[in-house]
Design a protein around this ligand. Structure first.
Ligand code: PLP
Length: 755
């Protein structure tokens, strides 16, 4: 089930608009510039659509030009205004020196301003008009700068938040200003009466695809008498304002949408949209206790909800929603590893966490009550799934037990929780302050006794939150035990969690107190938490005042004795999503380690070569201090992805292929995997619990096909497995979106398997 709630990005094409476009392509296909009957019919259709647009936009006068979309409309308007300003500058008298745009404008506007300002050699000063906490323009600021402005650009409604601008207030602030005025009407089309001609707006661009017309058609309104310079020169179409044969199918489709707006039959009224929003808001608040809306509802389009949930990243929410079929956007551009904060919310002065974890849910006026009800039900099921995974403040009665090795990553730094579900006991390793709330919630929800909160070393780059966390999480009996400065209880040599035994190994180097924690089960090493001593592609730096560079080589030798070349090492930092490493693997990747073992370097020679590597160590991508000199990622080129056809072929041909659904339990709960073709065996192992499964996967030989939502996480994990020496680890490109149609159907026996 697809519940598309991302209408501010784009919309599907309305059936009436599709039919109109088809008619324009198949029957009334004429060129509106032709003078024969076929052409005349096409022109009549185009004229009808333009007339309808004039009524809908309140633009009985001025020009209304068909363009390819808002971006083209914005270019044309900016070029027109700036060309006029250049002419004015060359004339005698004072000329404006500022170009103003709203701080929350779509980037098409400031980018166009910058581009044409430079290209035309105007070199006017670009200034962003500040917005208040409510997202609205600071009118006092605008008033103070209006006299110097040559062009002012203010959107009618914001695409991220839905905040509607006070156009009358802006008009008032611009009274007496020489400025031309551009209003980006994209998100207002069909949702707000714009009364363009009444308002002295000079330019207003629109995009059809934001309101049920196809991509590639838009409109530009130009006030009567406003300066104009064509962007496109040629055959003189559109009254020579925009040359090029018109997009007749797009125009016909847009006409059908405008007709629907005028008739009021198909699209919902403002009141109905308000009711839809109220129901969605209520479902969201119920599903995600603590949720905050990022803009005041009274000032927003009724079709946009922008919100954030404390403790839940935008990426987590997007993964969860997408699994449930709910298509929304991160309010911010969401990279694979780290969300970029939303500049719109930043301009509004919202706290960092809100800017980083914002999610936008938007619908269009074609949404009906039944659709909204289905969306509300899906949102509620998402809340339930989080509760069952211990990620909500109010956990469910029955929750899933945690994995034994759990990893939490913040900006490349790793925190681990070692848990024994049977005895319900846990140890936290390298807690990060950013995770305190999440860890408390998670451990509290699982009802685990926290035996210790340990650091692998005293950190150079961040404060440890171990003491505070120990106070908050441990029972008095564990809290009051005397501990050393890394949190190890001084009265024991080993910590016991059911069958798991945790012991210490001193590995001074990165710091003089650096310690590895070794986990054994029945005498076998399960894993070693090695902090920054060894990381994938790096050794911990040893140039801090608290470092012990001369001790580093011996520490590595001791580590090798304790864990062997293939023992699983869990690092304190994992900048490149490699999950884990082994000394054998690092020996291959890091020449210095290779030399230590093959050439028998002395402690001094090792320290000297290491110091040379660490010279000029910069910041990481996350702007944190790099904790080691990284060896460049060399495995990026290895092709680990299969497209859906290849994946289906692999499943059909290779008996026993393991299909690993690495989505988190909350994603799996709301969106189960489809049935597999062939003889594949499905295993669900959430990425957060991958470390548990790693040793088993590394020891096996059958092909592994990893699947996640979009293919990003599974590609990272497949790469990490290959790096650890596991051949035949594949990722399904495109993730679940492509898995559903293809894995569920048998493929032809002779389909090519070229992997
Ligand atoms: N302006 C606003 C407010 C928008 O939301 C968008 C699209 O997201 C644009 C301009 C650019 O529109 P298009 O990409 O259709 O040209």
């Amino acid at each position: 089930m697809d519940l598309y709630l991302d209408a501010n990005a784009t919309t599907p094409v309305l059936p009436e608009a599709r039919a109109a476009a088809l008619r324009a392509m198949a029957e009334d296909f004429g060129n509106p510039s032709s003078v024969h009957t076929t052409g005349l019919k096409a022109r009549a259709m185009m004229d009808r659509v333009r007339a309808s647009a004039r009524r809908v936009l309140g633009a009985p006068t001025g020009d209304l030009i068909f363009v390819s979309g808002a971006t083209e409309g914005i270019q044309t308007a900016v070029l027109s205004a700036l060309a006029a300003l250049r002419a004015r500058r060359d004339a005698p008298g004072a000329s404006p020196d500022l170009l103003l745009y709203g701080a929350t404008e779509h980037k098409a506007v400031p980018e166009a301003l910058q581009h044409w300002n430079a290209l035309l050699g105007l070199n006017l000063e670009l200034r962003a008009i500040p917005v208040g906490r409510d997202g609205r323009h600071d009118l006092a600021w605008l008033r103070a700068h209006a006299a110097r402005a040559g062009l002012v650009c203010t959107m009618a409604a914001n695409n991220e938040t839905g905040v509607v601008s006070d156009l009358d207030g802006i008009a008032e602030a611009l009274a007496g200003s020489p400025a031309l005025w551009l209003v980006d009407g994209v998100q207002a089309l069909g949702k707000l009466p714009l009364r363009l001609a009444e308002r002295r707006i000079d330019y207003a661009p629109f995009s059809g695809h934001k309101l049920y017309a196809p991509k590639g058609i838009g409109l530009l309104y130009v006030r009567e008498g406003a300066p104009f310079t064509p962007l496109m020169m040629g055959g003189g179409q559109e009254g020579a304002l925009r040359s090029g044969t018109e997009n007749m199918a797009g125009i016909a489709a847009l006409g059908a949408v405008l007709a629907a707006l005028e008739s009021g039959d198909v699209l919902a009224s403002a009141d109905e949209l308000q009711r839809h929003r109220e129901r969605l808001s209520a479902a969201l608040t119920q599903a995600f206790p603590g949720l905050v809306f990022n803009a005041p509802a009274a000032l927003c389009l009724p079709t946009t909800l922008n919100f954030a949930v404390p403790g839940l990243s935008a990426k987590l929410l997007l993964d969860l929603f997408d699994a449930a079929g709910v298509r929304v956007s991160a309010g911010s551009a969401c990279g694979a590893s780290k969300a970029k904060p939303s500049f719109v919310l930043q301009a509004m002065g919202l706290p960092d966490w809100q800017c980083e974890s914002a999610v936008r849910l938007s619908f269009g006026p074609a949404a009906d009550a039944a659709f909204i009800e289905r969306a509300c039900a899906a949102l509620r099921s998402c809340g339930e799934a989080l509760r069952a995974s211990c990620l909500a403040p109010d956990p469910a009665d029955a929750t899933l037990p945690p994995a034994r090795l759990n990893r939490f990553v913040v900006a490349g730094a790793c925190c681990y929780v070692l848990s024994d579900p049977a005895s319900r006991s846990s140890v936290v390793i390298d807690p990060l302050p950013e995770l305190s709330t999440q860890l408390q919630r998670w451990l509290g929800c699982h009802g685990h006794r926290v035996l210790a909160v340990l650091d692998t070393h005293s950190h150079g780059d961040h404060e440890s939150s171990a003491t505070a966390l120990r106070q908050a999480l441990c029972r008095p009996v564990d809290r009051e035990r005397p501990v050393d400065k890394l949190g190890w209880p001084q009265d024991v040599d080993a910590l016991l969690l059911g069958p798991l035994r945790v012991s210490r190994l001193a590995v001074p180097g990165h710091t003089d107190d650096a310690t590895a924690y070794l986990v054994h089960e029945e005498g076998h090493l399960v894993a070693a938490f090695v902090g920054d001593t060894v990381m994938p592609g790096a050794l911990g730096r040893s140039d801090f005042p608290v470092s012990a560079p001369q001790a580093f080589a011996d520490s590595l030798k001791r580590l090798l004795e304790a864990v062997g070349p293939r023992g699983l090492l869990l690092p304190g930092h994992d900048y490149d999503a490699r999950l884990a490493t082994t000394l054998a693997c690092e020996r291959e990747a890091q020449p210095l380690l290779g030399s230590l073992w093959s050439e028998g370097l002395s402690a001094e020679a090792f320290a000297a070569r290491k110091a040379a590597l660490e010279q000029g160590l910069g910041m990481t991508e996350d702007q944190t201090v790099a904790c080691g000199a990284r060896i460049a990622a060399t495995d990026e080129d290895t092709c680990v992805t299969l497209d859906a056809e290849q994946a289906a072929a692999l499943l059909t041909r290779s008996a026993g292929t393991r299909v690993l659904d690495i989505r988190e339990p909350y994603e799996q709960q709301v969106g189960p995997m489809p049935e597999l073709v062939g003889t594949g065996v499905l295993e669900t192992v959430p990425q957060s619990a991958l470390l548990d499964a790693l040793p088993r996967w590394l020891a096996s030989a059958e092909p592994l096909l990893l699947i996640c939502r979009s293919g990003n996480r599974s590609t990272q994990v497949a790469r990490a497995l290959r790096r650890l020496g596991r051949a035949q680890a594949w990722s399904l490109a495109g993730g679940m979106a492509l898995a559903v149609p293809l894995l569920a159907r048998p493929i032809a026996e002779d389909a090519a398997l070229s992997i």
